[in-house]
Design a protein around this ligand. Structure first.
Ligand SMILES: *Cc1c(COP(=O)(O)O)cnc(C)c1O
Length: 493
């Protein structure tokens, strides 16, 4: 809460700090480059005549970034229950793997003989993921889930073209799908058929009515966005296959099924992983993710090249795949993201990976059971790794919306859950605790959610009070983003 006793230049107890570029002009610098050392190293024509570079001392730099990091919230600060995004704590050993000098300094164009460790680990990862998904082969190239969807639909399209089924131009997507599913299908010029769900699951009658000889594929997320495992998944697969369509498994929610069941066994032809969600890759800041794609035996010939391969004595990049759709990403994909996830799996082992799923599902249901009396739970019953509450009643009775609850949670030291998604739930609050949260943190979250439901509505509507910034103008920020930095107070020379 802002106070009238705050000294000038401070806001909410914090010094309003100018950006580093506007600092400097003092006598000290963190480092200097002797002019003569540049002679011969950088040709004069390539040198800048002036560089807008802050002249600041080392302690100024360190304090600046330390203070900035304290204003941010991340999985290292506390629970981050952002449903659908799976913001788990990433063990530091996964980062240490990719910081090893031999890995950090390598270049993908190096001779294969000098990359045996890396290609070997990638090969192992391809093999593990194929086993986990029940698929024939896996490519590690795609950079994220949406890119995996794109790659997967390329395979499906290539398969239909190859089998002279060129009329298959429709992709069926349930209304519980993530927005990337219809967007991906649209990007590949498929017509998107959306089918409404029934009690939060695929409506079999609607699906039967939608399939035809124009069906290229059904894209299904399982468990779906509501955290519900599709009860009729085998029948869904049969309906689509009988119509000559293929089955795409959106594996973003793999942390609910890892080691328990496999898309391949459910009849699916293609599946993508989101390693940054299911395993351990820091994400949320837009850093590189990884969206490996698995294909059944029939679709594997179309997978992108190169693949990591092993001939019994050495690892190598295999480009011999005549029907391949080609390359979807430079080099071999986000290798550092794959190696972080490889480390996580290595630490867990097969038993640990199954326990991951069990704890993720247990944590979600622990929260759901504790909160469903205070908030509404559309479609009752058990969930997998996440669940969606509705704040509709709170909105009607107290004029407190899902957005207000999310903002108020920030004051309690939590990141906000996903709100207003999925679209089929009014005032949706989508919560995913992940496997990494201890019981005390879950209990603290339950107490916060219950407390917010009874707090003074005006207080909740104006939250947060204890963050670096309070409510921001989100519409203006989205419509008129200012993406370039303009120096307002240049440092004195
Ligand atoms: C996150 C997500 C995606 C998209 O994955 P990105 O890695 O963000 O591109 C697709 N489908 C579902 C169900 C998701 O949760």
């Amino acid at each position: 809460m802002s106070s009238q006793h705050e000294p000038a230049g401070y806001r909410q107890g914090r010094w309003k700090e100018p950006p580093l570029l506007e600092r400097g002009g003092g006598p000290s610098r963190a480092a200097t480059l002797p002019e003569e050392d540049l002679e011969g190293l950088v040709p004069v024509t390539l040198r800048r005549t002036h560089l807008r570079w802050p002249d600041v001392a080392e302690n100024v730099v360190v304090r600046h970034f330390t203070r900035l990091s304290n204003r941010n919230f991340g999985v290292d600060s506390g629970m981050y229950p952002l449903g659908s995004c799976t913001m788990k704590y990433n063990p530091k050993i996964c980062d240490e793997t990719v910081w090893l000098p031999g890995i950090a300094a390598q270049h993908p164009a190096q001779d294969e003989s000098t990359l045996q460790g890396t290609i070997g680990a990638l090969y192992e990862m391809q093999t593990w993921l194929a086993e986990i998904a029940g698929m024939h082969e896996v490519t590690l190239q795609p950079a994220a889930g949406a890119h995996g969807e794109f790659t997967g639909l390329l395979l499906i399209d290539a398969y239909h073209q190859d089998h002279r089924q060129t009329q298959r131009d429709q992709v069926i997507v349930p209304d519980t799908a993530h927005g990337t599913n219809p967007a991906t299908a649209g990007m590949l010029n498929f017509e998107v058929l959306e089918i409404p769900s029934k009690e939060g699951q695929v409506d079999l009658e609607r699906l039967k009515g939608a399939v035809s000889d124009r069906t290229a594929a059904l894209m299904l997320t399982n468990p779906n966005t509501l955290g519900i495992f599709e009860r009729d998944v085998a029948e869904i697969a049969a309906i689509v296959h009988e119509a000559g369509g293929l089955l795409y498994y959106d594996g973003a929610n793999f942390n609910a099924i890892l080691g328990k069941c496999r898309p391949g066994d459910m009849g699916f032809d293609v599946v993508h992983f989101n390693l940054h969600k299911t395993l351990a890759v820091p994400h949320g800041g837009g850093g590189p993710g990884s969206g490996p794609v698995g294909a059944s035996e029939a679709l594997a010939p179309y997978l992108p090249i190169p693949m990591a391969a092993y001939d019994g004595t050495r690892y190598y990049w295999d480009t011999d795949r005549p029907k391949s759709v080609g390359k979807v990403r430079s080099w071999q994909g986000s290798t550092a993201a794959v190696l972080r996830s490889w480390s996580y799996l290595k630490c867990l082992g097969a038993q640990g990976a199954t326990a991951l799923t069990e704890v993720a599902v247990l944590n979600a249901n622990y929260l759901r059971a504790a909160l469903e009396g205070t908030y509404d739970l559309p479609f009752p019953g058990l969930r997998k790794h996440e669940f969606v509450l509705s704040a509709q009643k709170l909105k009607e009775e107290r004029n407190v919306r899902a957005l207000d609850i999310g903002k108020r949670l920030l004051d309690y030291g939590f990141y906000a859950p996903t709100v207003y998604f999925p679209l089929l739930v009014h005032e949706a609050i989508m919560i995913e605790p992940t496997e990494s949260e201890p019981k005390e943190e879950l209990d603290r979250f339950i107490a916060a959610m219950k407390s917010i439901a009874t707090e003074d509505p005006t207080l909740v509507r104006n939250a947060p009070y204890h963050t670096s910034v309070s409510r921001v103008d989100e519409v203006n920020a989205a419509r008129h983003p200012r993406l370039s930095f303009r120096m307002e107070h240049p440092p004195s020379p």
